[in-house]
Every structure is written in structure tokens, then in C-alpha cells.
Design a protein around this ligand. Sequence first.
Ligand code: 5GP
Length: 338
Amino acid sequence: MNLESIKAVQQLLSQPQKIVIVPHKNPDGDAIGSTLALCHYLVNRGQEAVVVAPNDYPKFLKWIPGNENILNFEKHNSQAKEKIAEATVVFTLDFNHLGRIGQMQSVLEDLTVPFVMIDHHQAPSDYAEVMYSDVSMSSTCEMVYNFIEFLGDVDKITVDMANCLYTGIMTDTGSFKFRSTTGRTHRIIAGLIDKGAENTQIHHRVYDTNTPGRLHLLGCALKNMVIHDMYRTAYITLSQDELDTYKYQKGDTEGFVNYGLTLEGIIFAVIFIENKEEGIIKISFRSIGDFNVNEFARTYFEGGGHNNAAGGKSDRSLNETAVYFESLLENHKDQLQA
Ligand code: 5GP
């Protein structure tokens, strides 16, 4: 964050504001952790602040301090719209173009108040007056920590804020194993534990909440896995029927895509999940090393993300999507073959 942006934020926060904080649609641990940490910080500074999420999020995040005050734009629509209409400042966290917030897009586009973006994804669009955008960061939670540090307030990080920030850094780094995890990430994590983050409890609450249905769905996903050793690629499909059979709940497929990468020699893993309600196939891409899945998702599947973790969608059927995907592998054989 440059000096000019820090001054602009200090100027904004020097007066009482009504602040709305927005994560992306289908918020994950980093989106919920970062928005709630920022919300606690701003409220503790005497500001009026609320998190408005575009839609619901998984049950394994519903213990994060402050989550009970999140307004879900789909569920609490009139209350959420009221807060947005009253807002004098909007913070958008963990995304960088308004197409990532579903139905909230048109509502936010109509606003004339200043926007502050804090985000670590590639290719930010230019809707925000103040932009803290850094693709080298492990997580938006690490950036919120930095943001608080830029404002000289690390000593004001409370136990609740530490729990929020720890959760987002942990989930977005794959429990501190992805390439974006730096020495500084670990130092921040150490500092958060010193401030009271309940690290063991957080891992337990996020990762040890399987239901039998989820484990059976995982079994189905692993059975469906297609492996193309020649392209060092593995992909999984899950149809709506399969999701229904195992009583799919939001968040149940979280992490499934990573199983492909646990196969020796595989560097590109994908999951295609049918969503009949939205009429799309939601896709997650993961890679190890230099194969850039952000570019792949942007080029072929209207998506984006990071070099090693991205998402996208397809309007074709599940089967047609898989066939199309297979046809693309040949185009990338130089990058995929050993
Ligand atoms: P996931 O596969 O876990 O949903 O997402 C991986 C990364 O890609 C996350 O950083 C997420 O924000 C981003 N991402 C997921 N889906 C999309 C999408 O449809 N468009 C864009 N631009 N980014 C996405």
C-alpha cells in the first residue's frame, strides 16, 4: 500500500463513516476472515461497520467471531440494501472486479461513495478510489494485517481479530504450504498466536467437521477421477444427481480438487461441479509449479484467480465441459508434459 493510499484511508477514517464491507460470492475462509477482522477493527475505532456477503457460506466458517452479524444479501435482502444505501464508504475484500459479487453488482455499481479495495488476485479493475492490490500476498487476511500495521494499530489487534485473520491465512495457504507462504506470513501467524488466536481450535473447527455424507461424496468424487498421465493432469466430475444422492451442503466439496495434486507426477488438477439451479458447471483449477491456471481459467472458462489456484465456469453440460477440457490439454502439452 503506497503512502498516498494510506493517507487517503486515514483521511476517510478521521471522520465517522457508515461502512459496508463486502466479500466475494461464495465466500471462503479468507473472504469471511478478512471482512470480519476489518469489521472488528473499524468498529473498535468507533466507526459504524457491517459485513454484507453476496450469499451464504459454509457451516465450518459459522463460528468465526462476528459471523452472527453478517448480512446475507440473498437472505436479508431489504436490510442489506438499506445498509448499502446508507453507506458512506465501501470496502471490497478478496476480489477485484464487481462481477464477482453476483446480484450485488448492480447495487454497488449505482453507488457514488468511495470504494477501498484490499485484494491479492490478478488483474484488478478500476472501480476503487483506494486500491491495496498485491498478487504476491498469501491471503487477503495477511493484507488486512498489513493494512492495520500501516495505520499503526497492530497493538489494537484483539483476540477476535486474531482468530479471524489466522483462519483466512490458514485456509488460503493450504495450512501454510502454498508457494505464497513466506517467512513474514509465518511471523504474522506467530504474532496472531501471541495475541490469542486459538490455532489448534481453528484447525479443528475448519477441517474436522466432516459429515458421513461429505465423506461419501468424497468417495464418489475420487471414484470419478480421470487421470491423464501424459498431460500430468487429473480431473474430477460431480453431477447434480451425485450431489443430491449424498445430500450436498454448501462447502462439502471444498478441497476435493486438491486430491488430484496428491498423485505423484500430477501438476494440474481440476474439479467440475454441476449446478443445475444456476445452469452452470462451476470449475476449480489447481497446479503445482509454473503451469498458470489463472490464465487457463481466464482464456477458456470466464474465470481467474491466482497462478496456482483459480476458478471459472462453463455453460455446457457436464459431459461436454469435460470433453472440451480434454481437447484443450493438447494445446498446452508443452507446458504440461514433463
Ligand atoms: P476456488 O477454486 O477455491 O473457488 O477459487 C480459487 C481462486 O480462484 C480463489 O482465489 C477465487 O477467488 C478465484 N476464483 C474462483 N472462481 C472464480 C471466478 O469465477 N472468477 C474469478 N475471476 N476468480 C475466481
